[in-house]
Design a protein. Sequence first.
Length: 410
Amino acid sequence: MDYTVFTLDNGLRVAHSRMESTAMVAVNVLYDVGARDEDSRHTGLAHLFEHLMFGGSVNVPDFDGVLAAAGGSSNAWTSADFTNFYDILPARNIETAFYLESDRMLSLAFSQRSLDTQKSVVIEEFKQTCLNQPYGDLQHRLMELLYSHHPYRVPVIGKETSHIAGVTMDYVRDFFFSHYAPNNAVLSVVGNVDLDTVKRMADKWFGHIQPRTVRPHPSDDDPYPSSGKTVTMHGSVPNTVIVSAFRMPGYNQPMYTEADIITDLLANGKSARFTRNLVLGTDLFASAEACISGYEDSGWLMLQAVPSCEDEASVKKCLEALNSEAGKLAEPGNVDAYEMERAYNRVETEYMLSNMSYRKRAQTLAKAVLHGEEPDTFLHRMRQCTPASIESAARSLFGAPAVNLIYRPE
């Protein structure tokens, strides 16, 4: 990926990559703030801010209306670590996106009406996804078992609706000016627009915004679980789900890349071990998968499965088989070069195909700049892993106590 990065005097990092194959452009703003930056009394606030940022800024009462008039559309997402906003519009109308994004970085309108409206929207979303959906509260239960006090203990959507309902305008102002700042953001622009135009627009629309004192992220000092535990919960769910979770290092820490590859070896594709050896190789499993959290601080690696049978003996066998199959990766000589090459090729293909999209490329570029690395750094790190390093990481990860959660129908 060819790209250029420059920094404005106020600390805003700007990245540009031209794609002449499209008449469109993606303008992406990534803020280094997420759910981990909330305090325990105001969980779900970062997600609420994702909504508030569309509720009117100091000079623009209708963000979506102005963007739509320029032929554009927008969206956003919030994670435990970041909040990302992106606008898609014809390249000839790029200045509209710069105007809109700079105005809401300058200041929100802080309208009580907007706050009340968005609080209601987020509370309804919480009810829909966590209270009225099967397995919606699974992550809440699991995170409480994995963390004692780190903000990761609470999912991005928040711990409970009362935390959102109780947010005041004063707290909204404080959170905004403590995190949504040029010196805490990356602006990336990808599409059919030249570098000189991006430099001129960035200076015109963002250069006047003053840097702010950004509140630091919480320390990553939450101890790993010292003993294994198995918890059974019941809910209005159609099938039993079993989960085994293990704490793992955060991004840029040793073993992170190996943990990511381990989940690919176990569950990425029809040739992965869980599919071959558990789902197709036994009659115990209806499905089995694995994933990592991808957190900046220490996160988790999760194994999850749906047993074919609901009786207690079958569920116990599934849990044992799930952990046993993952643990085989720790055995010397159990991981071969061909299997790893197959996993590498799948990941590289997914990366190349996704970054053919100017929207996805803008997000990839923004996160890379925030991390201070090349956009394809993770591919290079992946290629440096060996069967021996995978086995070593598996011994460390799966040799630690597992946190098991069994979610059964009422």
